[in-house]
Design a protein around this ligand. Structure first.
Ligand SMILES: [Zn+2]
Length: 246
């Protein structure tokens, strides 16, 4: 049976900036775990919505998720950073070596800052910590200069769905840009195949971003790529770069 690591997802945690649930799109942890079960997904790399949809509850959200990750085998953590809040840098420096921590998550469009203004601060910090940064796509072509300048950090530009994603991976001279298949952009009917042809399957992680797990999994399962490529995306790449126990 294929083993699957969901490297990019979210859930609500009960704070004010949770993402509103609807009858047709649930955001609570128990529901998402049921969906994991039906799709055969073992573990997820989470950040809480409350740390992404606003900026006032990031610290608290990070603390709560850190606690949850300690008590639940299925939960790994991306610690969310808003580069304008100093206390988050100290929080991250303290927790980054935690065994369930995958790296730093940033979302410049939701947090409403210019990634070019804060790129040195964020990626320079990640370079010191030698960790991964998972970013919501923003000014993708310009991210290459940061990846080149900070070779000890690795950058995942999420939501593979454009030629720009693939070009950024290709153009990073230290090979430290990656992407993930989470989100609806992967519905493009040749995007996964195109990316693998250009940069290989080792640069691509699997993710769900809380979309239907069957939909996200099926996109890879039925992709016109080799079995090895599928295994790399579902499991091998995450196992290679992170210490995930499954
Ligand atoms: Zn996301």
């Amino acid at each position: 049976m294929v083993r699957i690591i969901d490297l990019h997802t979210h859930c609500n945690c009960g704070l004010k900036d949770d993402c509103p649930e609807t009858e047709i799109h649930k955001r609570n942890f128990d529901f998402l775990m049921e969906d994991y079960k039906s799709a055969g997904i073992s573990v997820g790399g989470f950040s809480y919505f409350s740390a992404l949809l606003g900026t006032s509850e990031i610290y608290e959200s990070n603390e709560l998720l850190y606690k949850q990750s300690k008590t639940d085998d299925r939960v790994y953590q991306w610690i969310v950073l808003d580069p304008r809040q100093d206390k988050l840098f100290s929080q991250i420096a303290e927790k980054i070596k935690g065994e369930k921590v995958l790296g730093i998550k940033i979302h410049s469009p939701c947090h409403n800052y210019d990634i070019n203004d804060y790129g040195d601060k964020i990626f320079g910090f990640a370079n010191e910590l030698q960790c991964f940064v998972l970013m919501h796509p923003d000014k993708i072509p310009e991210m290459v200069k940061f990846a080149d300048k900070y070779p000890k950090m690795n950058l995942i530009i999420a939501h593979l769905g454009s030629v720009e994603h693939v070009d950024a991976i290709k153009n990073a001279k230290h090979g430290n840009i990656y992407t993930d298949t989470s989100g609806m952009a992967s519905f493009n009917n040749n995007i996964i195949e195109y990316a693998i042809e250009k940069v290989g399957s080792e640069k691509i992680f699997f993710g769900t971003d809380t979309y239907a797990c069957g939909f996200q999994k099926g996109r890879i399962e039925y992709a016109r790529i080799s079995d090895k490529g599928k295994e790399n995306i579902f499991y091998n790449n995450a196992k290679t770069h992170f210490s995930i126990q499954i």
